[in-house]
Design a protein around this ligand. Structure first.
Ligand SMILES: *Cc1c(COP(=O)(O)O)cnc(C)c1O
Length: 257
């Protein structure tokens, strides 16, 4: 496990690069939200990040998310009992994001744990989220995952189908459509993904202009460790960063990488 100061340095480095990219695109650093994806992180590192004041955490798998949300709950509970007396910037709560493919039979388990689901990729999944949201009397905030580059191995809605799915979600009572999520193709050269991110930003504007509730359709989630700066320059306001913060070690589930 890397030392505390290594994690701190990497985290500060990512936050500085996010801030610089936001400024290059005419925005303020606080206009871009960083979701720290914990799939390669160990529990200690997650706790250290929270102690640095970080709030938004992401996971790809429901089982990992359940374990980790229970862990962060317990950790924050203990922090509160201590009355915030020691030198910690730990927030009162963390917000978990579901970033991975979600199966319909897992919806019920994940719903109480997450603030935002980034990965709605079918009408049937949207309908299940609506049904379970209604049952729990709880609004459900979602993004539509778009497969911009048309990659066969990736989840996500094909570009031409996005507007129709967004219209269908808008008719649902408990689902609140907050925006779009895009995963750039794997590449060594982030510039290669600029075009994909530019098309995603165009699509985002088109859907916004198509009659969705624009008060809440305001999230464009794109950019990961290898390409978050380019994504921000092209308009991302949420980035999902794992390895650049936690390093490349395999504390998490190797299948996820
Ligand atoms: C793993 C993952 C991330 C983070 O990836 P890194 O390359 O480690 O930054 C972001 N989004 C999704 C959907 C992921 O699966």
């Amino acid at each position: 496990m890397p030392s505390k100061s290594e994690l701190k340095d990497r985290y500060r480095g990512v936050m500085d690069r996010v801030a610089a990219a936001a400024e290059r695109s005419g925005r303020r650093p606080e206009d871009v939200l960083v979701v720290a994806v914990t799939k390669t992180a160990g529990p200690d590192e997650i706790r250290q990040l929270i102690d640095m004041g970080h709030v938004d955490l992401g996971e790809n798998r429901v089982q990992q998310l359940q374990q980790r949300a229970a862990m962060t709950d317990e950790f924050l509970g203990r922090r509160q009992q201590m009355g915030g007396s020691d030198a910690t910037e730990a927030p009162a709560e963390v917000r978990w994001h579901m970033t991975g493919h979600l199966q319909r039979n897992k919806v019920k388990a994940v719903l109480p744990l997450v603030r935002l689901i980034h990965s709605v990729d079918s009408l049937r999944l949207a309908e299940e989220l609506e049904a379970q949201g209604a049952r729990a009397e709880r609004d459900v905030q979602v993004l539509i995952q778009v497969n911009i580059a048309g990659e066969a191995q990736k989840h996500g809605v094909a570009l031409p189908a996005v507007e129709h799915l967004s219209e269908q979600i808008e008719t649902m009572v408990r689902l609140q459509l907050r925006g779009l999520m895009v995963i750039g193709p794997n590449t060594d050269d982030p510039e290669q993904n600029r075009d994909v991110f530019e098309r995603a930003a165009d699509l985002f504007r088109e859907v916004r202009a198509s009659g969705v509730n624009t008060d809440r359709f305001n999230i464009l989630s794109m950019g990961m460790s290898d390409d978050f700066e380019v994504a921000i320059e092209e308009g991302a306001n949420v980035v999902r960063v794992g390895r650049a913060i936690f390093g490349d070690q395999t504390n998490g589930d190797p299948d996820d990488r």
